[in-house]
Ligand binder design. Sequence first.
Ligand code: PLP
Length: 452
Amino acid sequence: MGLSDQAILEQLQALDRMHHLHPFTDPQAVKKAAPFVIEQAKGAYITGQEIRLLDAMAGLGCVNIGYGREEMADVAVEAIRTLSYYHSFSAVSNPYAAALAGKIASLAPAGLNKVFFANSGSEANETLIKLAYLYWRRKGQPSKRILISRDYSYHGSTLATTRLNGNAPMIEDFGLAGGDDVLQATSPFWYRCGGDLEPEEFGLAAARDVEKKILEAGAENVAAVIAEPIQGTMGAIVPPDSYWPELSRICTEHDVLLIADEVVTGFGRTGHWFAQETFGFEADMMALAKGLSSGYAPISAAVISDEIADVIEDKGGVLHHGFTTSGHPLASALALKNIEIIETEGHVEKVHADIGPYFSKKLKTLEDHPLVGEVRVSGLIAGVELAKDKRSREQYPLEASVCNHVGQMALVRGLIVRPAGNVVVLCPPFIITHAEVDFLVGVMRDALDETQ
Ligand code: PLP
């Protein structure tokens, strides 16, 4: 659709303001400002209303192979012509979903071999929660119902996943607070929560806070711990190296399932196919979404271990759970092609050994800026933590909107970043070039200078 005609653009903006309720947005802000209507996206850039922006957020941390790829368009056309839709209930399948399930199992850490398809990261996590309950029930331990998540976590927007989030307004606005079936443990967020401890000491302490919650609740009542390897949405919180092996040990010791929410980190973001490899642990279940199709289609996967699958499949009847579009042929075909592109272009290796280290080296130069407390990077996900006082690690009050100002200053210079509280989050596409990283870091420095 060409938006060069001002009248058409204004008509669309009016329709949007009148009829479109936007996610995670203050509706009053949409009413006041004309929405920015994107006309086109190609590679690492989006354009609209004669503005071209380098998208250092890859949409919402998903468009890993870049926007508008011809190969993806060709696959979409072929899949629609061949099989536009059929469900996967009963023993019905389609070539794309079957091949994709096999591909995910071949790439996933050892033992994670069974895949259930859904449409979003929230649904993948919701599915895993239900499968965890089902596993314990079919195993004869129905009292195991409690879920443990952590402060600063984000696991989704469905009813069950909302309650796991470490963000009070997301829970309180919907009257979902309370209940003793969800417990929150400390986040391994050293910069904010580490106090006087060294990062590695704090990593162990944060993992042991999960153990404390398990012991308080009684391990016989705890179904699972759910955790993002890197807490992306709330500030790209990269945990100390000591954290994950200790958390994994604790879950095994107390017979509690470990769910890795790899919705952001899956498919190469941290320089390995999955962040479990980056941080050295193995989960019992993992959630995948965003990078599964690079955002070309809504598709997600709930992946479970052989042991869990054996119990669920052999010790009970029908799986009473599913979505009309589970294993959708078009979405599955796009996910398969996306993975093929990541493999043939060597993106995981490049994030690990080329563009990832370059991004990290360049971005960390910002640590000398008076406003920057810490720069955290893993692969191509980063958080630039702002600090009012670098020595005491004191935060800016959120009302001061310092981070939002940095985001605005970046935007007017042609760069999309994501302000999250006091952290500027960056999650660029894998196709970002060295020159674009230089541009990104230069703009960030200017935006910080402008904010001082
Ligand atoms: N889990 C994590 C770690 C996420 O970052 C997100 C979304 O940002 C979700 C789950 C929810 O995914 P979706 O928005 O696709 O439902």
